[in-house]
Design a protein around this ligand. Structure first.
Ligand code: SF4
Length: 431
């Protein structure tokens, strides 16, 4: 979502004649868009600002803004501690960024823009064309969260659940497709909690899938609690909807899920997966795991391993629990760090083996790949298969924006390598 927000900030600031530069030393305005989800987020901000300071040691300093969730959660502290920072602007206030920059151009006075005005934000953004021209683009459809998992900062940094209207989303999706997008990933902190005038995520997917030149639709991140039957049905009905679902579970133990306030059980989680697989047999899953949550016993951990082995997630993102300031879990007694570390290693070894076996099974198979760009390495093109695996092929033909059936010939830990299967070409590209 930060990537989407950063692109939209760029669209907005273009109105003040700012353009993007990759050279920090050339910047008149430096905006650091931050994430607060993991540990040490604030330290990373100070570290980054330290680098910028060095660049401008003997030069006039640029306007320096901290955007995103660190600004939202710790803006006052940042402004107080680091004089190089001119202003902080939260994720629900960035539609005001041009006012902020214009004010700072006139007068450098510390500013804190961190109100939660998500309705006004999207009202203003709707009047600013989305200029993102990536083959695979993001579209924020929903923001915020009402779930209040005990470990998570999102409800405090992004605010309550808010969904944008279907009409405005279809307009923005068409803009992205006109710019060259062939795939759109619908984004939300709880994307499947999307609800606008009783229309759900499944309705939105079916509406957006009518855009002819759009070939693929994805959505992330889902919450098991909101995984309704109509969404499962959409996977059956909508060919453009890709068969990889990121469905964070965090733990395999009902006791820990309850302690986390996740609002679902493992049995309900398994039911969703079973129904999804019934609706489309090639559905695969990825998930997030917190290892060593306060109160996690060996038995709880074993249940997480059992879950991992049963579902065989093709990608798992696992971290040792880290207490985030301001969350209800912050003051809970943590488990022994050494034990947590040992458990993480065990978990990651198992998930690595599952991933390896899955990737080996792709060898010699032919799969449709949407190519996103040419790499820096000669005539090689980078794309993704339906399950979001990275694929690289060599080609003299410009493949950007095209879907080609590709035979997988080689595999390493992160990338699949293949050859375009000329006998089986399924050219889906429409100019
Ligand atoms: S559902 Fe997701 S975003 Fe909401 S509180 Fe829980 S972990 Fe955070």
């Amino acid at each position: 979502m930060n990537q989407y927000d950063s692109n939209r900030i760029l669209d907005l600031t273009k109105k003040l004649d700012y353009i993007l530069t990759n050279k920090i030393s050339e910047a008149n305005c430096y905006i650091l868009n931050t994430c607060h989800i993991r540990e040490k987020a604030t330290e990373k901000v100070y570290h980054d600002i330290g680098r910028v300071k060095k660049e401008f040691k003997d030069k006039k300093k640029p306007i320096v803004l901290i955007a995103g969730c660190v600004a939202q959660a710790e803006g006052d502290i940042l402004l107080k501690k680091e004089s190089f920072i001119d202003a902080v602007i939260g994720p629900q206030s960035y539609h005001q960024i041009n006012n902020l920059i214009s004010n700072l151009e006139k007068k450098r006075k510390k500013n804190n823009y961190t109100e939660f005005d998500v309705i006004e934000k999207f009202d203003i953004l709707n009047y600013t064309k989305n200029n993102n021209s990536s083959v695979s683009s993001f579209l924020t459809i929903q923001e915020g969260c009402d779930k209040f998992c005990k470990f998570c900062v999102v409800p405090y940094t992004r605010g309550a659940e808010f969904s944008r209207s279907i009409d405005e989303l279809v307009i923005e999706a068409k803009q992205l497709v006109d710019n060259g997008a062939k795939e759109i990933t619908l984004l939300g902190q709880n994307v499947n909690a999307y609800c606008y005038n009783e229309k759900k995520l499944s309705d939105l997917i079916l509406e957006i899938s009518k855009i002819k030149r759009l070939k693929r639709i994805r959505y992330t991140t889902s919450h098991p609690r909101d995984f309704s039957k109509d969404l499962i049905q959409a996977h059956k009905d909508c060919e453009k909807l890709m068969p990889l679902i990121h469905l964070p579970v965090q733990s395999g133990s009902n006791k820990i899920l309850k302690n986390m306030n996740r609002k679902h059980t493992i049995e309900e989680y398994f039911d969703i997966i079973e129904n999804l697989k019934k609706s489309k047999s090639n559905i695969q899953l990825s998930s997030d795991f917190i290892i060593g949550y306060p109160g996690e016993t060996k038995d709880d951990f074993d249940q997480t391993i059992e879950l991992m082995k049963k579902v065989k997630f093709i990608n798992s993102y696992s971290f040792i629990y880290s207490a985030r300031p301001g969350t209800p879990a912050f003051n809970l007694k943590t488990i022994d760090k050494v034990v947590a570390k040992e458990r993480l290693i065990i978990f990651q070894e198992i998930s690595k083996k599952i991933k390896k076996d899955y990737r080996q099974s792709l060898l010699s198979k032919t799969t449709p790949v949407l190519f996103e760009n040419k790499t820096k390495d000669g005539n090689k093109y980078f794309g993704r298969d339906e399950h979001y695996n990275s694929v690289i092929v060599e080609s003299n033909e410009n493949l950007t924006g095209k879907i080609k059936n590709t035979k997988i010939t080689e595999i390493n830990q992160n990338t699949l390598f293949g050859k375009i299967n000329s006998k089986l070409i399924k050219e889906e590209f429409a100019a």
